[in-house]
Structures are given as C-alpha cells and as structure tokens.
Ligand binder design. Structure first.
Ligand SMILES: Nc1ncnc2c1ncn2[C@@H]1O[C@H](COP(=O)(O)OP(=O)(O)OP(=O)(O)O)[C@@H](O)[C@H]1O
Ligand SMILES: [Mg+2]
Length: 374
C-alpha cells in the first residue's frame, strides 16, 4: 500500500469501456484507496474516481461496495455512482512493476466532504443549517436501513457536500453490510458505538449494525454543533466520565442546550434496545428550539465550555457575518457584542485549552478500522 500511495496516477489516462478516463488531480488517499478528480476525455465529463489497488481489496469486494451504493443511490442524499471498472491496468511500464486495481466512478461533489466543512467553521452558530444538513444525513441513513443496508462507517469524512453547501450526500459503502446483526468491530473510533467498540475479535456474539449507525449519527450532530467529538474512543477516560454522570459531562464541556444534552443521552446508550430510533431522532432534532446554551447560561459556564464557544461557534458566526457563508436572517448581533464582557480569558488561551482537553474535529481526521470480517 505504501508503494501505491506514493505512486501518483495523476496525469495518467486509463482505457475504460466508456472510453479514455484521464486522472487529473489526486484529492485524497484514504485507507482503502485514492480518490482522484478525473475526466472522460471524449465528453469532458468530470467525475470522482476511487482507485482501489488489487493489493488492498479483491475485485469481489469492490463490486460489493459499488453494488450496495447503487442499490440506494436513488435517494437524494446518497452519492451517485457512475461506473465500475474492475481489474483496470494502472501500472507503469518500465521501472515499476505493473499493478491492477478497481476504479469506482462517482459524480463529483465540488463542496468537498463534511469533515472539511465542519473544520472550516461552516456550521458554527448556524442552527438552521445544522438542522437541515443533519436531517439530510439522517434521511439517507433511514433510506439505507429501509433497504436493508447498514453503513457502519458514518462520519463526516464519508459525507460529501454540494458546491453551495446546501446538500449533502452519504458515500463510502466500503464497510456497509446487508446484515443487521453483525459481529465485526469496524468503523472509526470516535464515531463507533459502545457495543461495536467493545466487541472482541472472535466473539460470536452479535450486535445490531442498525443501532450502531444511530450512535454514529449522534456524534455527527455533536460535531456539527460544537466542532468536537465527545471522546476519541470508548476506551478513553472521557467516556467513563460521561457514563458516570452524563449531564455533568456535557455541562462541563460543551455549550449545548439542555434539550440537546437530553437527546444525546438517549443516543449514547449502551443497551441498543433503549437507544432512540431514527424516527424519534428526526422528530427530536426537527422540534428542538436551539442546540446551544443561552447567553446567560454561557456566561455562567465553565472555561472549557466557553473555550469551545470561542474556538468554534463564535468563529462560525463571524464567518457568516463577514459573508463567507450564505447569511440567513442577520439575527446574530446579540452574542457578538457582549462576548468580551463574558469572556475573562483571551481567545488564544481558550483555544489552546480547548485543543488540549477535547477531541477537536480538526485534529482528528480518522481512518476506519476493521479487525475481523463479518
Ligand atoms: N464523489 C466524490 N466527490 C468529491 N470528493 C470525494 C468523492 N468521493 C470521495 N471523495 C473524497 O475522498 C475521500 C475518500 O473517499 P472514500 O471515503 O470513498 O474512500 P476511503 O476513505 O478511502 O475509504 P475508506 O473510508 O474505506 O477508507 C472522501 O472523504 C472525500 O473527501
Ligand atoms: Mg472514507
């Protein structure tokens, strides 16, 4: 894999059954492959191509991944597939030995992924945008579940954005399964459910992939609202703190409203039968008056909470006011004026504090783990 990742295919043209496909620019190297912007040279149609070398995944696995996504791509919030070219020849002639791989071709989403959007403060303080985006993701996941597909790797990196940022699309069905009851520890630690995280390799006991997806969605909502995940993994002491006293945990760390705290407590539940369903989740988010603390609550909150506010929420608001992001109703003055009054520390110190204490999403682009097949 190291050899492959270091071997850029940029500029290379691959012959496909739909004509020559030119790989124009490498977007990102993930754990299972590399994604390029490419162009069908005959039609000049630009697409995204995930190149998976044979050394990483069998042609059968690529076909499975592609087919699962195809099965649900009719939903407006799931990324569109275009073509699968198995066993494409990608090798150099000459110095390097030739190598083969599968090309998975998708519509190109020019807004990048949701991880980058969150880390670029496109969501801080924007309640309507958060709600709208989250409900789109939830709707995509619900559609998958209704069609018997469980994603298992729901995280901001696997959600793509339209150029204007108004629409999002679930992608990366590399870990998706058609079985609700599974016995495989896979996903990404920050978003991974308790039952999945604590599952031991070889243990035949099964757990619900459906319920695990619900847990991951909870973490996505927190990330949209605060720019942070609650813990880096279930094994981290932060999770024990949450478990010991959930309300205290949220109050000491995040500038989130009581309604959101209560909702998250119904998502991050170890017993899957007590975990909230997607239907209930949708209603609670749709009906929630605010995700954030009020100005008064914030003034009385501990430094870490205000640190998150300054590091993420305030920054999102500033960007909105400066017009970098589309401005909805211009009702953002209140907090802004009084912010220094209520912040006895310098913003720089607070930022430093926040980074030290919390898994700030910016510092944690995570790759999935898969420790057994199932
Ligand atoms: N259709 C697309 N349009 C724009 N960008 C894309 C598209 N598909 C993928 N990307 C970018 O490439 C990244 C990796 O893609 P993807 O998640 O499908 O593969 P991966 O991460 O290698 O797979 P895995 O999660 O199994 O390791 C995404 O996080 C996103 O930034
Ligand atoms: Mg991915």
């Amino acid at each position: 894999m190291a050899l492959f990742v270091g071997t850029s295919l940029t500029g290379r043209t691959v012959d496909t059954t739909d004509g020559p496909l030119k790989l124009q620019r490498r977007l990102i190297s993930g754990s299972s492959g590399t994604v390029y912007i490419a162009e069908y040279t005959k039609t000049h149609r630009q697409v995204a191509v995930k190149v998976i070398p044979r050394s990483i995944q069998s042609a059968d696995c690529s076909a499975e991944e592609f087919r699962k996504q195809q099965d649900v791509q009719d939903h407006e919030n799931i990324a569109h597939t275009i073509a699968l070219y198995p066993n494409a020849r990608l090798g150099h002639h000459g110095i390097h030995t030739s190598f083969t791989g599968d090309l998975l071709v998708f519509d190109l989403y020019r807004g990048g992924d949701l991880f980058t959007a969150i880390a670029s403060y496109h969501y801080g303080a924007q309640e309507d945008k958060i709600r709208d985006t989250f409900l789109q993701v939830l709707s995509a996941v619900e559609y998958c579940h209704d069609h018997g597909i469980f994603h298992r790797d729901i995280k901001p990196e696997n959600i793509l954005c339209s150029e204007d940022g108004r629409h999002v699309f679930l992608t990366d069905f590399g870990l998706a399964t058609t079985e609700d009851m599974v016995h495989c520890r896979c996903g990404s630690p920050m978003y991974m459910s308790w039952e999945c995280s604590t599952h031991h390799v070889g243990d035949p006991a099964t757990f619900s992939a459906k319920a695990s997806d619900v847990w991951s969605l909870g973490m996505i909502l927190l990330a949209l609202v605060t720019g942070h995940c609650a813990w880096t993994s279930i094994q981290h002491p932060d999770y024990d703190r949450y478990r010991t006293n959930p309300d205290l945990f949220w109050k000491e760390r995040f500038p989130i409203s009581r309604d959101l705290r209560v909702l998250l407590n119904d998502v991050f539940v170890e017993k899957t039968e007590e975990r909230i369903t997607l239907k209930q989740f949708r209603k609670r988010v749709a009906d929630m008056p605010t995700f954030y603390l009020t100005k008064k609550e914030l003034a009385n909150a501990p430094p870490t909470v205000r640190a998150v506010w300054v590091a993420y929420v305030e920054r999102g608001r500033t960007q909105l006011e400066e017009g970098t992001v589309s401005k909805p109703l211009g009702s953002n003055e209140i907090h802004h004026h009084n912010h220094h009054h209520h912040m006895p520390f310098s913003a720089k110190n607070l930022l430093h504090h926040a980074r030290k204490v919390l898994p700030f999403i910016r510092a944690h682009r995570v790759e999935h783990v898969q420790s057994s097949l199932g």
